[in-house]
Write a protein of this length. Structure first.
Length: 695
């Protein structure tokens, strides 16, 4: 088909898409030069306000998305989005950006003919890899998978010869069921729910969640306008001014001019520093704001609405859902959650949204899990090469990892399909995945290279555990052994705390032993619950990372378990770790909570016991015959020697004082003491009981 005829046809299809309120996915295969000139002609014949471009060769009027962070795309919109796959194909950014295209808009993928694309996807053509993976281990599995999926989608496919229409055009969108200014009935419900946060009881926040383009931000703006008109003061915050733009636009459209000033947009960091108050705080794109910030906002404002998307690939992660919502359960048990399903930016059966969800396995399985503790459970192992013929299982594993792990992104799917060093072990019943583990085979590093890593002269990709053992722990000889690193473990949420995670780790230990793996290791953002889980399974802490994860405020911990290797080495590393942790706690880990610190540290055998005279001093303190200041050094040493055997009521405040070097005022607030004397009275009471046998 001549290009002019093709362009005329495309224009017609675009009009049809606009009428049906959908976006048009167009996949154009050919040579880069031809496609770029066709795209230029196409863009000169259609009308658009905003053009987004992913990849090189962006025209001057385009917003280039390359290098943007995924979360920066939330809440922004465009009419045309061109993905130039000739200059790389970052799957997470491709998925995140597709949500920006408005109805009647075009999503244009420029790519080599599929057969050629597939052939070229080898390390020699790194720019064409579907994800910037380690070229040495790349196998092309993800690209094969994505191309197979893509060809089955309801999209327009164009090559040099011809263009094929959509397989099916969706039916006309449902007529409007809402009262203005809302567009959908669900949006109207959301507006009512937000109003109720102001009129109902205090401390009952609302969490409004939805996929992209469901009208969350608009609902915030519409409600704010109603409240402002009634004289209420509202603060709106968001990760960036751009993310607040839609809410502000809808607010301005609906608020009487005289009440415009009743809403203020304040960036979240500025809001934390100020002492401003309001009748309602609206937080848009909340999942892209660090959890500790959200927690502080929750302390400050008694009426809050959080609106957010939840997908990991959007750059916000599921951390919001997994961690912040747990926090809400504890702090504000009356909180409510509302989800909006129906899209507004485009219609329900939008082919582009379906394409993205299908090709990147982003749909959460809606099947009910049927599980019986009595029936047989099998443990199965999968490698990268096994997935192409088993997409159903891949979907289950990826959904479970996304559901349970806040960092899961599409690049993890790519790694599963591409990286031969990764294996997945599942627990299954009736072909349903109940739990899974992602393991990376590491180590076996030649001694010479391990020594260079130890000296800090080299780094090796894909060997995080081995690298850390050689570099951080100065144990290069361990990096030369066969190691397995457990990258992720997840149990179906409904089946957690029933022993499945333990069972899975037990199976992995057995497998590791059979394959003569010397050590098993793992690294994750540490919390008291997770630490307990791993400790109960025989893993010992050997290193705590010095910086905390921005989103979760958690420190990353490295744990090790001997399999066929000498257990004494791990014991030794664990002892050293406890000792070092003790010495550095105050300076390095200001955010580590006391309970966790106590759980992490191990007894410190080289602290001298108290002499008889010192014990007597302590006893006199208990009888109120010695001032605290005098016995403080003695008490500190006694605490360090015995902390692991002390009751938590005593251990926790002493830990704050002596390890974390809390100030007295901070300590009193943290533990709810009226004053220093009442804290000292508690200390005396406990210590008297504990030392009575010793004197
Ligand atoms: C490297 C990483 O991936 S770390 C991240 C781990 N994964 C996640 O956080 C995802 C969500 N959580 C899960 O999928 C699961 O809860 C897992 C994998 C953490 C644990 O698996 P489960 O099957 O729930 O644990 P299991 O029942 O075997 O628990 C064993 C022990 O761990 C501890 N434990 C596990 N979960 C918890 C919890 N939420 N709170 C307190 N203790 C816990 C308990 O001590 C328990 O022993 P007990 O039953 O005698 O009290
Ligand atoms: N009631 C409404 N009236 C007019 N336009 C609306 C209305 N609700 C939503 N829209 C429009 O629909 C589009 C999507 O809405 P909005 O941005 O609020 O959705 P969202 O769920 O916040 O999306 P994202 O996750 O991309 O931020 C926007 O262009 C918005 O202006």
């Amino acid at each position: 088909m001549p290009v002019t005829a093709l362009l005329a046809q495309l224009q017609q299809w675009q009009q049809q898409a606009a009428q049906l309120h959908i976006r048009l996915p167009v996949i154009w295969q050919g040579s880069q030069d031809n496609l770029l000139s066709h795209a230029a002609v196409l863009l000169s014949t259609i009308s658009y306000d905003k053009l987004y471009w992913l990849g090189t060769e962006a025209p001057a009027d385009a917003v280039n998305l390359t290098g943007k962070q995924n979360y920066q795309l939330l809440g922004s919109e465009c009419d045309v989005l061109v993905v130039n796959a000739f200059s790389g194909f970052n799957a997470d950014l491709v998925a995140a950006s597709a949500g920006c295209v408005k109805a009647g808009g075009i999503w244009l993928l420029l790519c080599p003919p599929f057969a050629k694309w597939q052939q070229q996807a080898n390390p020699a053509h790194k720019s064409l890899l579907p994800y910037p993976l380690d070229a040495a281990t790349h196998q092309g599995g993800f690209l094969s998978f994505w191309l197979t999926q893509l060809q089955q989608q309801n999209a327009l496919f164009i090559n040099e010869q011809h263009a094929t229409e959509l397989l099916s055009w969706p039916a006309m969108a449902q007529p409007n069921q809402a009262t203005a200014p809302c567009i959908t009935a669900e949006q109207q419900v959301a507006v009512k729910a937000i109003l109720y946060v102001v009129s109902g009881h205090r401390r009952r926040p609302l969490v409004l969640t939805a996929d992209r383009g469901r009208g969350k931000s608009a609902a915030l703006g519409i409600t704010a306008a109603q409240l402002a008109a009634a004289g209420k003061q509202i603060i709106l915050t968001a990760p960036s001014p751009q993310a607040a733009a839609t809410a502000l636009t809808h607010f301005s459209q609906h608020v009487p001019a005289a009440q415009q000033s009743n809403l203020q947009f304040i960036p979240f960091d500025e809001l934390l520093r100020s002492t401003k108050t309001a009748d309602l705080l609206l937080v848009d794109e909340a999942a892209a704001i660090p959890t500790p910030v959200l927690q502080q906002l929750l302390q400050r404002f008694s009426r809050i609405v959080f609106a957010t998307t939840e997908h990991g690939y959007e750059g916000t992660g599921r951390g919001f859902q997994l961690r912040f919502q747990q926090y809400l359960n504890q702090q504000c048990p009356g909180w409510r959650k509302l989800q909006i399903q129906q899209p507004i930016r485009y219609q329900q059966a939008d082919p582009l949204e379906q394409l993205i969800f299908n090709c990147f396995l982003l749909r959460q399985s809606s099947n009910e899990l049927t599980y019986s503790a009595k029936d047989k459970i099998s443990a199965l192992t999968y490698q990268a090469k096994d997935w192409l013929n088993n997409t159903n299982k891949l979907q289950q594993v990826f959904s479970l990892l996304s559901l349970a792990h806040y960092q899961t992104q599409i690049k993890d799917l790519a790694a599963l399909l591409d990286n031969p060093r990764l294996q997945v072990v599942t627990l299954e019943q009736n072909s349903q995945v109940l739990a899974c583990v992602l393991i990376s085979s590491e180590g076996d590093i030649p001694p010479e290279l391990a020594h260079q890593i130890y000296l800090g002269e080299r780094r090796v990709q894909g060997h995080l555990l081995a690298q850390s053992l050689a570099f951080h722990l100065a144990q290069p000889e361990l990096a030369s052994l066969s190691l397995w690193r457990i990258m992720r473990i997840a149990v179906q949420p409904a089946l957690q705390k029933q022993g499945l995670g333990t069972k899975l780790l037990g199976f992995i230990s057995q497998q590791a032993e059979q394959q003569n793996i010397r050590y098993l290791g793992t690294s994750f953002g540490v919390s008291t619950e997770l630490l307990q889980f791993w400790q109960r399974n025989g893993y010992q802490a050997i290193r705590l990372g010095v910086s905390s994860d921005k989103a979760s405020a958690e420190y990353s911990i490295l744990m090790l378990k001997p399999v066929t290797a000498d257990g004494e080495v791990v014991q030794q590393l664990n002892r050293q770790f406890g000792h070092n942790l003790f010495l550095t706690l105050s300076g390095q880990y200001p955010l580590l909570n006391t309970r966790l610190a106590l759980q992490l540290a191990t007894p410190l055998p080289d602290i001298p016991a108290l002499t008889e005279a010192e014990l007597k001093q302590l006893a006199l303190f208990c009888r109120n015959q010695r001032p605290y200041e005098l016995i403080e050094p003695i008490l500190q040493r006694w605490f360090c020697k015995h902390y692991h055997a002390l009751p938590p009521e005593l251990a926790a405040p002493l830990c704050s004082l002596y390890w974390q070097h809390s100030s007295w005022p901070a300590l009193l607030t943290q533990y709810g003491f009226n004053n220093k004397n009442s804290a000292l009275a508690l200390f005396r009471q406990h210590i008297a009981k504990l030392i009575s046998a010793a004197i």
